[in-house]
Each structure stands twice: as structure tokens, then as C-alpha cells.
Design a protein around this ligand. Structure first.
Ligand code: GLU
Length: 376
């Protein structure tokens, strides 16, 4: 298959490193040999002219060890304390390992708002872009210390995909403790089949990710979040790979053909603004629409209030909402032109009734087609 050798075809590579690779789950100690071998991989990639960004977990795991909390169930403030104590160790570890190869590193801590607010997104993009131009390797993590549940990613898979999308990366590699996507969970099903290549992410593929948590649609860092990451990355024209990165020198092994799952980049990436809307992680509301509206959206039309049968959540004008079918399938995401209270008053009503009911209108469409992105 084409374009799968990161050393040859990629200009900008994002590598996501899971906690279990960097920190020994039993001892809580940094896996220094593994990190040295990864640094050698990164140095080789760099010499071949590929820019690299790392998204690394491990702050909480290292902080646990530092603060004597290994094996303890942590409260949210304790987790945040561990993240604060561990993040400096994490940065130090990368700095030491990469400096051996004369590579400078820089720490970037992002919160969900940095990618969900367009201005902050553009700002973060400019900073990371400048670092790359200066030959520095940015090391991104979530700013766990200040992020509370409602405003956090919680997993670095989607954070890495948003970063790849933000930077226009060609390839995203998720280094994990599983060698890719299986038709069902291989831990419970011996018949589960490994998939080498996923050309298109459809509902069948999404179901292979397992049952999702009802509120966010995610289990932290599981296959569901990896598939959500794959959707964001591939729609941005970026190839994504899930591989088992536990053994030393995973990137060298990947180039040498180690088994993994590749997700093919879309040949027609959505424009930058649509990618940003479609990849939004914190939809503020949920609209349920009837089958007529579903057809209209499929034909590229705007969403009118008449086709909406339900509106949940508290959202403001301009927020991102999910648009669901009556059977509960996500159809699209979009930036809504009315707030939640207004939407509940006008749903099911024809366009001419909007001004009568509200005393004003912001246009005929509840969500204009320019602000809509289909989900699959
Ligand atoms: N940001 C968390 C950490 O550094 C990890 C999140 C994840 O596991 O994906 O510990």
C-alpha cells in the first residue's frame, strides 16, 4: 500500500507515547533503556528530514512514584498533584535522552480549550510551528494540573489527533500496548481478527472499538478513543497507525514492517475550518432530527428548526452541537446559530414562525450548511 513508510513519505510526524511504555507499570520507574532507543529512532527520523512532534503521557505515573502513591486509587486532586510532580520528571527525561543526540526539546501543556477555541488553536499552532522551524522537538501533554473533568481530554489519543490535525501532520503513530485494531476484543474472543489496513472508518469499524461511555462516548485511552483519534486524523488527510510500542525502538520496527493497524488518510480532506468543527471534542448540546432533515443534510442542505425533534444540553449561539438521528446515530456536528433556550422554543417550527416566536431571528437556518460537518 502507498505512503506508509514514515521515513520516506512523511514531512511531519506525530508520535503518541502511552504511559505504560515510558513507565514500568510494576515498579513505577522510568524505562530509560526504552526511552534511549526511542531517542535514537527520533534522531534517525530527523536526519532523514522529517519533523517530529511527541505527545507523551506518563506524568501521573511518574508522579505517583515520586509521591509514594503507587497502586493507590487516586482522587482527582491527587491525580493532579501527581501530574504536577511527574510532569517535570517527564520533561527532564526527554530532555536528557534527546540531548544525547543534540536535539533540543520544548514542553507544551495544552488544555481542551486550547484546541476547542479557534483563536487559541491558531495561537498554539503558531508556537509549535515556530519550535519546529527552530529544529526543536515539542513534547505535548495535557495540562492535567488545571484541567477538571468537564474541560479535559482525559486521554492523549485524541489530544495527539487534534495536534496532528492542527499541525497538518502526514502521519500519526499511536504507540500503545496493543498491536492494532481487532474485529472484537482479543482478550475475550479468540476468534478476533487483526486488521492491517482500515481504508474507511464506518459504523462497523467504530463498533469494533467496544462499548462507549454514555456521556463522552469514550473509555479513557481504550480502543474507542483510538478510533475517535483515527477519525480526526484521517479526515485531516493524515495516516494513522496503532502499534504495540513496548519493545525497544518501535519506529525502526515499524519501518521494518512490524504488525500494526494503519488507517488510511482521506484523499479529500475537509477544509481546515470543517476539520476543526468535525474534530470538536466537547459538543455542548445534542439535537435529534427527523428523517427528512437527515436527508436534507446528506444532500448538503442547512439544518432548519422544522426538522429538529429534540434539543438537549445547555449551549450558546456559536457552540458546537452533535446532530443525532432518532435511532441515536451521530450524523453531523455543527456550530449552532441559536442558544439552547431559543432552540427549544423554535424546534419543529417553520422558518417563518421563528421571528414570531422569538421576536427576532438570526437567519432561517438553525445550523447553516457552511458550519456543518457530516460525521462519517
Ligand atoms: N496526561 C496523562 C499523563 O500524562 C495521560 C493521559 C493518557 O493516559 O492518555 O499521565
Amino acid at each position: 500500500m502507498e505512503s506508509l513508510n514514515p521515513f520516506i513519505d512523511t514531512r511531519l510526524l506525530v508520535i503518541k507515547i502511552g504511559s505504560a511504555l515510558l513507565v514500568d507499570p510494576d515498579t513505577g520507574q522510568l524505562r530509560s533503556d526504552w526511552l534511549s532507543a526511542l531517542s535514537s529512532d527520533i534522531s534517525a527520523i530527523r536526519k532523514s528530514g522529517v519533523k517530529t512532534v511527541l505527545v507523551s503521557s506518563g506524568a501521573i505515573a511518574l508522579g505517583r512514584t515520586r509521591l509514594g502513591l503507587i497502586g493507590k486509587k487516586l482522587t482527582l486532586p491527587e491525580k493532579q498533584a501527581c501530574a504536577a510532580a511527574g510532569q517535570s520528571l517527564l520533561t527532564q527525561a526527554y530532555e536528557t535522552a534527546l540531548n544525547t543526540y543534540d536535539i533540543n526539546t520544548a514542553q507544551i501543556l495544552l488544555t481542551l480549550n486550547d484546541t476547542e477555541n479557534r483563536r487559541r488553536w491558531l495561537n498554539a499552532r503558531a508556537t509549535i510551528g515556530a519550535l519546529l522551524e527552530l529544529g526543536v522537538i515539542p513534547i505535548i501533554n495535557e495540562n492535567d494540573t488545571v484541567a477538571t473533568d468537564e474541560i479535559r481530554y482525559g486521554d492523549n489519543d485524541r489530544l495527539a489527533a487534534r495536534a496532528a490535525q492542527m499541525l497538518g501532520a502526514d502521519t500519526l503513530i499511536l504507540l500503545s500496548d496493543i498491536d492494532g485494531l481487532y474485529t472484537s476484543d482479543p482478550r475475550n474472543n479468540s476468534q478476533a481478527r487483526h486488521l492491517n489496513l482500515i481504508e474507511h472508518i464506518d459504523n462497523d469499524i467504530l463498533e469494533m472499538g467496544g462499548t462507549a461511555n454514555a456521556k463522552t462516548g469514550m473509555g479513557t485511552g481504550g480502543m474507542a478513543t483510538k478510533l475517535a483519534a483515527a477519525q480526526i486524523a484521517t479526515q485531516a488527510g493524515c495516516y494513522m497507525c496503532i502499534m504495540d510500542g513496548r519493545e525497544n525502538a518501535p519506529i525502526t520496527r515499524l519501518v521494518n514492517g512490524e504488525r500494526c493497524s494503519w488507517f488510511k488518510a482521506s484523499h479529500n480532506p475537509k477544509d481546515a475550518r470543517r476539520q476543526w468543527i468535525g474534530g470538536h471534542l466537547n459538543a455542548k448540546g445534542l439535537l435529534t432530527i427527523d428523517s427528512g432533515a437527515e436527508k436534507a443534510l446528506e444532500n448538503g442542505k442547512s439544518l432548519l428548526a422544522a426538522g429538529v425533534v429534540g434539543a438537549d444540553g445547555s449551549f450558546e449561539k456559536g457552540d458546537t452541537v452533535q446532530i443525532m438521528s432518532q435511532s441515536g446515530r451521530e450524523i453531523a456536528r455543527g456550530l449552532i446559530s441559536y442558544n439552547a433556550e431559543e432552540t427549544r422554543k423554535i424546534l419543529g417550527k417553520s422558518t417563518v414562525q421563528i421571528a414570531e416566536i422569538l421576536g427576532y431571528d438570526y437567519g432561517a437556518a438553525l445550523i447553516h450548511r457552511d458550519n456543518l460537518v457530516m460525521s462519517l
